[in-house]
Write a protein that binds this ligand. Structure first.
Ligand SMILES: Nc1ncnc2c1ncn2[C@@H]1O[C@H](COP(=O)(O)OP(=O)(O)OP(=O)(O)O)[C@@H](O)[C@H]1O
Ligand SMILES: [Mg+2]
Length: 414
């Protein structure tokens, strides 16, 4: 686990080597005396080396997981293909199989069908400790009687890495997560966010080919969560470690993923880049899982729909029929006052609640015409509109009459 000397001509590798030498000369050396920037570079160089070495692509092909005694499949012909260095987030409701997918990939669960490849090699029967993966869970699972440094060193010790080498690598990892100055602290004296950063440093220290994160942030408060999520993404990008991140927080998924796989009943229902998934959901489940959406009555020929008299282009795979539901995002609806409106399209609605969200405003309304109530199984048809705060008609209040018109943006009919 050393930096290769033949790469020491590049500035990054050179500073990595310099750091390495500093530790070699004095096994008890701390980062004092080593410039912070050099250490970060050294850590990156070490990890980049691992990305080069590992290849880190993942294929899970038709994987079936049935827990003992269970009558349904936790993974049901599950397929996932990840490129080296990519960060894929698995998103989905409770019990849809996210953790099972991750645990099967890590080798913590045996599978009843299919195969798992990492870096082009079949690892299906390979034991967990031979898969070169590291996992971080929701619970910090650190050793409370050990310092942060000892915790990070632990995985290296198990792998027989020499004391001086593991101290060096562990300090680099703590530097990478911004905790070099806390190295000597016992983990039980640290905050939740700090503990989870130690867990992350410990996972990265073994230079895994693949990093697996199972809801690593869900025990943390909102602010720390956002900070740490961004830090994880930065580290992941700089190290190029192939990463699978499980969450059921859609905002978290949208913020960090190269691609998001939305899971439902043991399968991936759609996998795509965050923006594609948001703008072109393949199914109603995906559309309702990511962001807010309105279900509006329409007529569709499969390529176009008419909703509230307005023609809309449809996403491929949309349903056809005289009475379909068209899924329209709140920001794809326009809201106008009746006396300032001269178009033939649009539908009258009554304002229920106006939510101010800073630069945006969300307006909950109810469609006035009872025609749509019949379509909506007797329930009032509620429609949410979102618009920039400065476009909200002045003085608009609950109870006011407005006209709602879909914008001609591609939508899904189902
Ligand atoms: N050890 C187990 N034994 C039996 N059934 C299990 C076991 N672990 C999970 N399951 C079942 O397998 C299915 C998938 O569970 P899994 O833990 O993968 O879901 P998840 O998507 O991670 O959910 P959550 O968001 O709640 O963590 C669920 O129906 C669950 O009850
Ligand atoms: Mg889970």
């Amino acid at each position: 686990m050393t930096v290769e000397r033949n790469t020491a001509t590049t500035p990054i590798a050179a500073s990595a080597a310099a750091t390495e030498d500093a530790f070699k000369n004095d096994p008890t050396a701390t980062l004092e005396g080593v410039k912070g920037k050099d250490v970060t570079k050294a850590a990156k160089a070490l990890l980049k080396d691992s990305a080069k070495r590992g290849g880190g692509s993942i294929q899970m092909q038709d994987v079936v997981k049935i827990y003992p005694g269970a009558n349904k499949r936790a993974l049901d012909d599950f397929n996932l293909d990840i490129k080296p260095g990519e960060m894929v987030v698995l998103l989905g409701g409770s019990g849809c199989g996210k953790s099972t997918a991750l645990r099967s990939l890590a080798g913590l669960e045996d599978i009843q069908g299919g195969r798992i490849m990492v870096g082009g090699q079949d690892v299906t029967g390979v034991p967990v400790n031979k898969r070169e993966m590291a996992m971080v869970f929701q619970a910090y699972s650190l050793f409370p009687h050990m310092t942060a440094l000892e915790n990070v060193e632990f995985g290296l010790e198990v792998r027989g890495v020499s004391k001086e080498e593991r101290r060096k690598v562990a300090m680099e990892q703590l530097e990478l997560v911004g905790l070099a100055d806390q190295a000597k602290k016992y983990t039980q004296q640290m905050s939740g966010g700090q503990q989870q950063r130690v867990a992350l440093a410990r996972a990265l220290a073994i230079k895994p080919r693949v990093l697996l994160l199972d809801e690593p942030l869900s025990a943390l408060d909102a602010k720390v969560r956002v900070q740490l999520r961004d830090q994880i993404r930065r580290i992941q990008l700089s190290t190029g470690t192939t990463t699978v991140f499980v969450t059921h927080d859609q905002e978290e998924a949208l913020a960090v993923a190269d691609r998001i796989g939305v899971m439902n009943k043991g399968k991936i229902e759609q996998i795509a880049a965050p923006q594609d998934l948001y703008q072109r959901p393949a199914t109603e489940y995906v559309a309702t899982f990511i962001g807010l959406t309105n279900r509006l009555p329409g007529a569709s020929n499969g390529e176009e729909a008419v909703v509230f008299g307005q023609r809309l282009p449809l996403i491929a795979g949309s349903a056809k029929g005289d009475s379909v539901a068209v899924l329209v995002r709140p920001e794809n609806l326009a809201l106008s006052l009746p006396d300032q409106y001269d178009s033939k399209v649009g539908e009258h609605a009554r304002v229920e609640v106006i939510h101010f969200l800073g630069s945006l405003v969300r307006v909950d309304t109810v469609i006035t015409s009872s025609e749509f109530q019949r379509w909506n199984k007797g329930e009032q048809l509620k429609v949410t509109v979102q618009l920039p705060a400065n476009e909200l008609p002045a003085g608009l209040a609950s109870g006011d009459d407005v006209i709602i018109t879909p914008r001609p943006v591609a939508a899904l009919a189902c």
